[in-house]
Structures are given as C-alpha cells and as structure tokens.
Design a protein. Structure first.
Length: 407
C-alpha cells in the first residue's frame, strides 16, 4: 500500500449500483484523466467485479462500513470518496463522520432526508472546520431537479432580469426499473418514522434541510390528482419529490435566497390526457399511498419485503438500463408573470444507468473543478458544482439541459 492519493475512491463497488458506477468509470476515465480505486468490505467480491469489468490493474481497498480505522485509512488516500453503501441510515454514519473529520470530500446517492438532517446536525461544523465538502443526493435524486432549477433560474435572470418565484417540474416520461437497494432505503425510512412523531413532523417540513436561520415560511404547494393545462396532462404525486424539493430549497438557502424568500417549488408525474391519463394518475396516487401505509404496518411490510418488492442486490438488467430514459419539464414563472420553460433529459434508466453517470461525474467535478478557496461544509449539487457539473453531464453523461421557451 503506497501513499498515493487517488482523485476518487468508489466505496461500495460490489453493490448493485456500485458495479454500474465502476463500469462507467472504467470506460470514462481509462485515459487517466481521473485516478481512482475501488473499495468494499470483501476483497474476493471486488476481485470478481474487477474481473467481470476487465479492470485488471485497479487498486482495491478493504473497509467495512462500521470500521472507523479502516475507513480513515481509506480516506487518507482519497481526495473524494463516493459512497453507494445504503440504506445510508443503516450504513452511512461512520463514513460521513470520517470524511468530515479528515477533510476528505464526499458524495453519495442518498434519498433519505431524515438521515441527511442527522448528518448535518452531527458533522456540519466539523466539515466547515476541516474543509471537507459533503454533497448528498448526487443521483436521479436530486441532480436533475436541483440543477434543472439552477439552470432555469439562470435563464430567467438572463432573459427577464429576475428569478422565477415559482417553478413546477413535470416528469413527462420516465422508463426504468426499481432496485432492491432503493426499496430497502424506503423501508428503513418508514420504519424509523413509524411511531416517531418528531421524525414524522420533520419529514413533512419542506424546509427540513435548510439552515436553522432560513427565512422561508411560505406554504409550499401540494400535488394531488388534477389536470395541468400547461402540459395538457393529468398529474399525480412524484415519489422522489419528498427529497428533491428539500434539496432545491436548501440550494436556495445556501445561495443567499437567490430564488427569493417566497419561492415555491413542486414536482409531479404527468400521466397523459383523457380518461386513460386520469385513471393512471389516480392509480399512481393510490399506489403511492397504499405502499406507504403497507410499509408502515409490520405484517404487510414483511409481505412486501419478502414477496413483492425487489431485494438488495436486485435491479434492472443492463438492457433495461440502456433502454431507459427520463424527460423532465420545468415551468418557471416570475413575480411579474413572465415564463421560462426548460427541459432536462437522460438517455438511460433514471435510477441506475443515468444515476451512475451522474454520480461519477459529480465526484470528478468535486475532485477537479471546485476552486480551493471554496470552504468545507454540507453543500448541494447546484450550490457547489453548478454550471461545471451541467457541462460535464452534457458532455459525458447523456443528459441535456435545454431552454424550451421564454416569454
């Protein structure tokens, strides 16, 4: 083991999504533009992954998620650590602690707002002291939403001289499969919230991830079953909105209320026109409600976990990842009634094919594109990586950010 400091260490390389990230990094960084290594708790499993991908010379670091000394040794060799080891509420605490204490930069895929709030409370002060830049939510939740809003607001200011006081995001199309890791994170969050009234209040608070001194009090819109004439479609709640909206509001707070103190943001699924679209919207809303209730009750949770839902290590096939996609429309309106519409699209399934590329490029951006004078702390993709990451994602990750109309 040398004292070489890698640009990136991919921790959790043997997990379902970790293997997808490793394959992408092998293809993307084979020119040596980024130095990287893989890490996990099992050397033999890492060897299997490396052999399958063809990474004969990749360096491997063994570290268990709860072994603080091993994680500290790993962080000592990394400029940035990517973590794909979830559910983060179960396995993520120690690594964030070590990164914050050692000044090692960090990014992950979490969609668990209660865990992020816990990490903020425990480690933000230390990260600011050591210079560690911590960036959660660097996958489908919440890069397209956070950077989509950032991109639209930049266009609004350039075109109209003012930010949009409200932005509505509509998932116009999405194709992809669910992973057992994602399901496990949802189950863990529901378990923790069951019977915990304080956590339930936190999960209902749209500003729960904003700094304590934030100036936001405006009531945020709630998505139900309705017809949105702007997109000529019925709409229903979007499952990722619970985390995405909170990251967007944190970005607003961290950027000095750049979107305004009364900024409103909501997300919904567009399900189509006519009777079919309405039925689909109704089923989507009922299905999400039934899933939440089912996961909260131990007997039905056991049935869902063991019979109906994918287990950790399971997820969409490589073909399903390649054939997946997403198309998100952002509609912004200014206080004076002007409008900007922007689109964010991805060329792989949202949760895995596109997420792997977003995460890897976020880590590369964190390692190479952030000026040294930027302080440590808990950032968001938009506030720390911003336009640089937009450029990387469009050049290397199959994402597009485009203005659809300005009026």
């Amino acid at each position: 083991m040398t004292d070489t400091k890698f640009d990136i260490v991919l921790y959790g390389a043997t997990s379902f999504v970790g293997q997808i990230v490793a394959r992408y990094m092998h293809e993307q960084f084979s020119d040596g533009s980024v130095s990287w290594a893989i890490a996990a708790r099992s050397k033999s499993k890492m060897e299997d992954v490396a052999a399958e991908i063809g990474m004969s010379d990749i360096e491997m670091i063994v570290a268990d998620a709860r072994d603080e000394a091993a994680l500290a040794a790993m962080c000592a060799r990394a400029k940035v650590v990517i973590s794909t080891v979830g559910p983060y509420a179960l396995y993520g605490d120690t690594l964030v602690k070590v990164c914050a204490e050692s000044g090692t930069h960090y990014c992950d895929l979490t969609g668990e707002p209660h865990w992020i709030a816990k990490m903020l409370g425990q480690h933000e002060a230390k990260a600011k002291q050591t210079g560690a830049r911590i960036v959660h939510c660097c996958g489908f939740d919440s890069i397209p939403s956070d950077l989509g809003v950032h991109f639209l607001q930049s266009q609004a200011k350039a075109s109209h001289g003012e930010a949009c006081e409200r932005i509505d995001m509509r998932v116009m199309r999405a194709k992809g499969g669910a992973s057992g890791g994602t399901v496990a994170s949802m189950i863990e969050m529901v378990k923790e919230a069951s019977g915990n009234k304080e956590l339930q209040r936190q999960l209902k608070n749209p500003y729960s991830l904003c700094p304590p001194d934030h100036d936001f009090s405006v009531r945020q819109p709630s998505v139900g079953l309705s017809f949105d004439e702007r997109v000529n479609s019925w709409i229903a709640p979007f499952i990722m909105a619970a985390i995405n909206t909170r990251i967007v509001h944190r970005s607003n707070a961290l950027s000095g209320n750049a979107y305004g103190t009364t900024f409103k943001y909501e997300e919904a699924m567009a399900t189509g026109r006519g009777g079919r679209g309405k039925r689909c919207a109704r089923l989507t809303k009922w299905g999400l409600g039934a899933l939440t209730v089912g996961l909260a009750v131990p007997p039905t949770r056991w049935l869902l976990e063991n019979v109906f839902l994918p287990k950790p290590g399971e997820g969409p096939s490589p073909e399903e990842q390649r054939n997946g996609m997403f198309d998100m429309l952002f509609i912004g309106t200014t206080d004076s009634g002007k409008e900007v519409r922007c689109r964010v699209t991805g060329d792989r399934d949202p949760g895995y094919g596109s997420t792997a590329k977003m995460l890897a490029q976020a880590a590369a951006c964190l390692a190479q594109d952030v000026p040294d004078e930027i302080p440590g702390g808990f950032w968001t993709p938009a506030t720390l990586l911003g336009d640089k990451l937009v450029q990387r994602l469009q050049a290397h990750s199959g994402l597009t950010f485009a203005v659809e109309s300005v009026r």
